[in-house]
Write a protein that binds this ligand. Structure first.
Ligand code: ZN
Length: 179
């Protein structure tokens, strides 16, 4: 990450936007921990990640989950970053089941940067859902999430062997740990 000023501007903005939110079922965990975890996974597996990818990852849930718009992101962070965020933002006007289906359907059409965010987002979520910070979800909801995440990741096709392997491994362990 060459541009630290840009990175901290994004972190600050994302934290501000998500400040009222807590992670699903985890009352004490501030939402910003999630994009930080996703971005940490990206930096671990892709040490040469571009500034645009890192910043888009920090901002990846801002439009979907807060009152920020893609135009806000464009104005503050430019077209490239806004474009990546747009790709990983679900259309909130659709019913939940429909937008989940669309994520599977559109997975193969994503740009490489968006695919990387998508899979690292799923890895982070699977770790949260099946790990120590167990959200307040019942067993069935957790298994449904794992099944859905697998479908989305399958749709991404083979673009990064190590990340695909890590995801599969997390799901495999997740299925054993989940209660
Ligand atoms: Zn996310």
């Amino acid at each position: 990450m060459a541009n630290l000023q840009l990175l901290f501007r994004a972190l600050n903005y994302s934290a501000e936007q998500h400040k009222a939110q807590r992670r699903k079922g985890m009352e004490s965990v501030p939402y910003i921990n999630h994009p930080i975890k996703v971005t940490a996974i990206i930096s671990q597996f892709i040490p040469q990640a571009s500034d645009e990818l890192i910043v888009a990852s920090i901002l990846h849930d801002v439009v979907e989950d807060t009152d920020a718009t893609i135009d806000d992101i464009k104005n503050m962070f430019g077209d490239t970053i806004a474009g990546i965020v747009q790709e990983v933002t679900d259309d909130k006007s659709l019913p939940k089941a429909e937008s989940k289906r669309k994520q599977i359907e559109n997975a193969s059409k994503l740009s490489l940067n968006a695919k990387i965010i998508r899979i690292c987002d799923k890895i982070a979520n699977v770790r949260d859902i099946c790990g120590e910070n167990i959200p307040d979800w019942d067993y069935k909801t957790k298994i449904e999430y794992l099944n859905w995440a697998e479908e989305v990741v399958k749709g991404l096709s083979d673009f990064h062997e190590e990340l695909q392997f890590t995801f599969k491994d997390e799901v495999r362990w997740g299925r054993l740990k989940v209660k």
